[in-house]
Design a protein around this ligand. Structure first.
Ligand code: NAP
Length: 273
């Protein structure tokens, strides 16, 4: 699978999300198996957060990466209300325990909260010095937040980006490219919802003998510097997502998708879920 440099490591352009994992004990085995299959297929970047199932998703990840830690690039996120000088090290320790590891490759502020950014950054840097995290970054930061942060140490910004939510193309994405900061696209397949029923998407998928979700992923990956993190539990979804990295859309496909899903013509406030 194609890779790019993120936080000093080569990571695959398609990783694995984990939101909604860890919520039901009855789904636990399937979720662990899905992540392990994804790792086997090259989707070795795993994205999680203390928020997901209040630690339950991190426990699923911890089990999935047992014996495979060195192969995996682990991303987790801290709640904004824990993002203080005292709160961050404690939250990180809890995450490490659940993940059953002694370091997180990339630790993100989940969204901006009330603590001053300088305090959060200082706490992140302290964790980095201690070797508890490799690098740090942010999530759901709009351009004005990133400019205020103004830190070359910030490794990424994880934001909502898919065919239906293209707002970042107007300003955030060009800014990120200019500053050499990879963007992580969350909800890349629109949470498996109605976006996938779009007729243009279906036609393009049929022409490539692919699925609409694969086209949606290939569309995100048409550009450099972007990583997509679809979440999948069904094994067939995991397989299809891993294969999507090979799908090349042509100029005709991209033009048709621009007709069906319009690019932003002016600044839009950053969308979030
Ligand atoms: N930073 C943030 O604030 C933030 C916010 C939202 C999400 N995220 C991260 O981004 C990840 C992805 O976002 P998301 O989980 O909300 O949405 P998503 O990845 O766009 O969609 C997940 C849904 O799509 C289905 N699916 C997966 N692969 C498919 C395929 N090939 N064909 C058809 N359906 C498919 C999944 O079903 P099955 O599970 O049944 O296979 C699941 O229902 C999250 O899991 C999380 O790690 C971060």
């Amino acid at each position: 699978m194609r890779t790019l440099e993120l936080a000093g490591s080569q990571v695959p352009v398609i990783g694995q999300g984990t939101w909604r994992m860890g919520e039901e004990r009855s789904r636990h085995t399937k979720e662990v198996a899905a992540l392990r299959l994804g790792i086997e297929l090259g989707m070795t970047l795993i994205d999680t957060a203390e928020m997901y199932a209040e630690g339950g998703a991190e426990e699923v990840v911890g089990e999935a990466i047992a014996g495979l830690r060195d192969q995996v690039f682990l991303v987790s996120k801290v709640y904004p209300f824990n993002a203080s000088r005292r709160g961050i090290p404690q939250a990180c320790e809890r995450s490490l325990r659940r993940l059953n590891t002694d370091y997180i490759d990339l630790y993100l502020l989940h969204w901006r909260g009330d603590y001053p950014l300088a305090e959060t950054v200082e706490a992140f840097e302290h964790l980095r010095e201690e070797g508890k995290i490799g690098r740090w970054g942010v999530s759901n930061f709009d351009l004005d937040d990133l400019e205020e942060l103004a830190s070359p140490a910030c490794a990424t910004n994880q934001v909502l980006y898919n065919l239906e939510e293209r707002g970042i193309e107007f300003d955030l994405l060009p800014w990120s490219h200019h500053h050499g900061m990879p963007v992580m696209a969350y909800c890349p397949i629109g949470q498996g919802g109605h976006m996938l029923a779009n007729s243009t998407l279906k036609q393009i998928a049929a022409r490539h003998e692919a699925t609409p979700a694969q086209v949606a992923l290939a569309w995100i990956l048409r550009q450099n510097g972007v990583i997509a993190i679809p979440k999948a539990v069904r094994p067939e979804h995991v397989q299809l997502n891993a294969q999507a990295a090979q799908l090349q859309l042509d100029i005709g496909d991209l033009e048709a998708l621009d007709q069906a899903f319009h690019a932003p013509q002016c600044k839009q406030r950053l969308a979030m879920v």
